[in-house]
Design a binder for this molecule. Structure first.
Ligand code: DX5
Ligand code: ZN
Length: 219
């Protein structure tokens, strides 16, 4: 199995001390920092934008795994790249032309991710697998942390893993939403190699970030 990476979502962090929270995640052994960007239009919630990312960027060298839940997405790609995103992930439904969005991210020399909502089908991204670095499978409806994991998305993970292996592609499979100590093993077995987690990492074991990251990694 590929090396498992943990990408804690700062959506569950205390935003009044966001910088300290990011430093604590780094100290606790996070591989990436997952940053959820929501616009109140593509999803029914609003979070943060490039200015906040810019402010936390100097604090750490950790990979900023930026999950854009905004539509239309194209006109903001440059702003997020300049703010310090390392991976830029978008939803195919948020653009008129997936190839164009891919190229915009590529032109900024950033890693390219595409995300599928629970009901979004593989055919939405199948033609682009050769061009991207990461697939983000949503295991809850995007918009809020703390929701219940939807096991029906595992079929999609398995199918994508099979295609990626057959085509010998170098594409990560990341999962996002409701990940906990009970399902972490199952998602890895299905083919996931990057686990996003907000609530479990920030709230379980009295918020012991190190313990929770380690448990998700090794469980
Ligand atoms: C939901 C976000 C997730 C969320 C994960 O739209 O994309 O990253 O913060 O939070 P938990 O782990 O609490 O489901
Ligand atoms: Zn996310």
């Amino acid at each position: 199995m590929d090396k498992i990476k943990i990408s804690p979502s700062i959506l569950s962090a205390n935003f009044s001390k966001l910088g300290d929270e990011v430093l604590s995640l780094e100290k606790a052994g996070a591989d990436y920092i997952h940053i959820d960007v929501m616009d109140g239009h593509f999803v029914p919630n609003i979070t943060i934008g490039p200015e906040v990312i810019k402010k936390i960027r100097p604090l750490t060298k950790k990979i900023f795994d930026v999950h854009l839940m905004i539509s239309p997405v194209d006109k903001y790609i440059k702003d997020f790249a300049k703010a310090g995103a390392d991976i830029i992930t978008f939803h195919p439904e948020a653009t008129k032309d997936v190839n164009n969005t891919i190229n915009l991210i590529k032109n900024e020399n950033k890693k390219i991710g595409i995300s599928l909502k629970p009901k979004s089908k593989i055919d939405l991204i199948e033609n682009y697998l050769e061009k991207i670095d990461l697939i983000l499978i949503m295991s809850v409806e995007p918009g809020f942390g703390g929701q219940k994991f939807m096991p029906e998305v595992l079929d999609k993970v398995k199918k994508l893993k099979k295609i990626i292996t057959e085509k010998k592609l170098n594409v990560d499979i990341e999962i996002d939403g409701g990940i906990n100590f009970d399902n972490s093993k199952t998602v890895k077995e299905a083919g996931v190699n990057i686990l996003v987690s907000g609530s479990t990492i920030f709230k379980e074991n009295n918020g012991d970030l190190k313990k929770n990251i380690e448990l998700l990694r090794t469980n």
